[in-house]
Design a binder for this molecule. Structure first.
Ligand SMILES: [Zn+2]
Length: 118
């Protein structure tokens, strides 16, 4: 089930905070090339639902059930998911990419607020 389906609705738009950008990881000089530099990553700051609601990734107006469904869906599909709680750079958006790692290693780091039950 998609996160939007939790509300019986549809996804209308995605707020893209960043997409292709030829830069090192976290903009740190000398770091490895970011997946954004390979056109293999997208940063999502909000989503819009068919009923007109805007759901920010971070904020009190983000319904808990929606965030939990979105995290599950993202971590099922992408090999890297970095969101709020992973590090300072990802406090207001979700980084999603399809990096291939040895042994099929995946990263799913997106902490839910305290009011979201596991
Ligand atoms: Zn990113």
């Amino acid at each position: 089930m998609t996160a939007a389906a939790v509300f019986g609705g549809s996804l209308k738009w995605i707020g893209v905070a960043a997409s292709y950008s030829c830069r090192p990881r976290n903009n740190i000089t000398g770091a490895l090339l970011s997946e954004h530099g390979r056109a293999n990553a997208i940063d999502v700051s909000a989503v819009g639902l068919g009923d007109g609601r805007t759901i920010p990734i971070r904020g009190a107006e983000a319904p808990a059930v929606f965030l939990a469904a979105m995290r599950q869906s993202a971590c099922d599909r992408f090999t890297t998911v970095l969101g709020p709680g992973s590090d300072r750079a990802h406090e207001h958006h979700i980084h999603l990419d399809l990096a291939r790692r040895r042994g099929g290693y995946r990263i799913c780091q997106w902490s839910m607020p305290d009011w979201v039950e596991p």
